[in-house]
Design a protein around this ligand. Sequence first.
Ligand code: CP
Length: 307
Amino acid sequence: MNPTNLKNRNLISISDYSKEEYLKILDLAEEFEKYPRQDTLKDYVIASLFFEPSTRTRLSFESAISQLSGQIVGFTDASSSSTQKGESLKDTIRTVCNYSDMIVMRHPLDGSSRYAGEIATVPLINAGDGSNQHPTQCMLDLYSIRKTQQSLDNLKIALVGDLKYGRTVHSLVEAMSNFNTEFHLVSPVELKLPSTVKRFIKNANLNYYQYTELEDVMDVADIVYMTRIQRERFSEPLEYEKVKNSYILTKDLLQGSKDNMRVLHPLPRVNEITEDVDDHPKAYYFQQALNGIYVRQALLTAILGLK
Ligand code: CP
């Protein structure tokens, strides 16, 4: 199955792709998991523009490219680019298109990737824009869910933490609304899932349930998707202080959970999962981060029309 229809298509929001296209990428990622070292990207240059900090997304993209023999140009910090001198995003993108075959961009502003994608003359992948979308994280979340549950269909997913500003949650809800999911939404009242995202659930005629206590979903869920309360999204430090330790998943809380249940987290974690959970058979978040390599290899090669 070749996702050739993704050739030259931007990936800005997860809803830019169809359910069938997600599944094609996941199947291709399975092939890369078996053979991650190839020379598919020989002669290709990928620009990696990170205007906001990252460990997993940037390094897994760069590792994915290196393992496929591609070349990487870019910056890891806007302060080392001419943005520091006042250059506009528009001019940066126009320039970088002359130096690369594709752009991977993370930026702190919601909507910046959509804007950059409209300017770019090479395909652009959104590696996270503010609190809006994180579609490549979503693809690796789908891969991880399918791998642990053998299917994406008919699952009960608990999303826990910052559902308001969490871009990974927004993308995942949109994508999983294609798979007859039952959503269990756990958050402080201040950080509920935005109505713009809930609309995807309603439009798919699916159900969601809202909670403020993590304990209420632990024996229901097939997937418990923990998220960090993100200090950097709060304009008022006191507002962050009020909610920062709302949910802490401990080993004790796993008792009584379903046998098939797995804990996912896009990471980084602060303290919302205690370290004694890390070695538990139901903890999957570090494997989830590894899966990012294969999924990003699939996306890069499909969008460049090489697979
Ligand atoms: N999951 C994720 O986006 O992590 P980074 O911020 O480290 O890239």
